[in-house]
Design a protein around this ligand. Structure first.
Ligand code: NCD
Length: 320
């Protein structure tokens, strides 16, 4: 099988063929999800635990629906507001859950690297649902599927990622994925929100929206991550909207058929004009939500196959 990963920790570890495998399988789940009866038994008998140390509505519900539609027993553990903050406690939580024999563990954590650490301590397959500023692999995969369905391909496109790049795991995972697939990448934002190393990932950097959007096929907006800032990054929200908020005029510099994306939740009137966000001629924001469930189903399906195969091998080893 073309998908070999044991865990889904980041896009970094995936080969282009593995990415395509996820997208192709996700297409099948898009069809299933559009039927009245959406049930499958791919994960029947398996236990999925969603362990969210950070608040989340859409990602958690997307993973929950994905697991339920595949027939898994799904449990949500909301630890966002508990006092679980220290590394030791994270590991303790992982070990406690591990003793309950889950098969899939979906984890979101505010610290970059926390999910990788946790994956080393458990026997099940771990899916990263966002760790700090590091990676958010299922978001990049659902964005890739949205782009591929809308543009017919996810290669050789000019893609502009705009806004708060510095604090964004979405930007990071997307840059890695879209770079691996061979696209022309641009980053647009104020220099204060542009981390130094990102240009090395092969992207051209702009601090002027009109210039950076010229000829773009895809315009990916990012949420201004107010909770990850400690002040001084932007002069004011109004000023930010004026220079970097996407509106119809700025978008007119991109290709006429450019699509507009946003991972949500949106700050309307800060990074994007509210009307443009709802304009179905350009906006694919609701498609992204739909693709999210399908992509997560595909990822969990593929990881479950690998998990079963690995457990099968272990049983054989004990017999010989
Ligand atoms: C993203 C996240 O949490 O990183 N949102 C999401 O997954 N729904 C982007 C964001 O919070 O801005």
């Amino acid at each position: 099988m073309a998908f070999r990963a044991r865990h889904l920790l980041g896009i970094e570890q995936l080969a282009p063929l593995e990415i395509t495998t996820v997208l192709d399988l996700a297409e099948r789940y898009v069809d299933l999800n559009r039927r009245t009866v959406k049930q499958s038994d791919v994960l029947a008998g398996m236990t999925q635990i969603n362990l969210f140390f950070e608040n989340s509505t859409r990602t958690q519900s997307s993973f929950e629906l994905a697991g339920k539609r595949l027939g898994a027993d799904v449990m949500n553990m909301a630890v966002a507001n508990s006092s679980v903050k220290k590394g030791e406690t994270l590991i303790d939580t992982a070990l406690t859950l591990n003793a309950m024999h889950p098969d899939l563990l979906v984890v979101r954590h505010a610290a970059s690297g926390a999910v990788n650490l946790l994956a080393q301590k458990v026997d099940c397959a771990v899916l990263n649902a966002g760790d700090g500023r590091h990676e958010h692999p299922t978001q990049a995969l659902l964005d890739a599927l949205t782009i591929r369905r809308s543009k017919g391909r996810v290669e050789r496109l000019t893609i502009a990622i705009c806004g708060d790049v510095a604090h964004s795991r979405v930007a990071r995972s997307n840059l890695i994925l879209l770079g691996k697939m061979g696209n022309n990448l641009r980053l647009i934002g104020p220099p204060t929100l542009m981390p130094p190393g990102f240009a090395e990932l092969g992207a051209e950097v702009f601090d002027d929206m009109r210039e950076g959007l010229k000829g773009a096929d895809v315009v990916m907006m990012l949420r201004l991550q107010k909770e990850r800032m400690d002040g001084g990054f932007i002069p004011s929200m109004r000023e930010y909207y004026h220079r970097f908020g996407l509106d119809a005029e700025k978008l007119s510099h991109a290709k006429p058929d450019a699509i507009v994306m946003h991972p949500g939740p949106m700050n309307r009137g800060v990074e994007i004009d509210g009307e443009l966000a709802d304009d179905i001629n350009h906006s694919v924001i609701q498609d992204q939500v739909e693709m999210g469930v399908a992509v997560r189903m595909a990822c969990m399906d593929l990881l479950a196959r690998n998990l079963r195969a690995e457990r099968g091998r272990r049983i054989v080893e004990t017999l010989v």
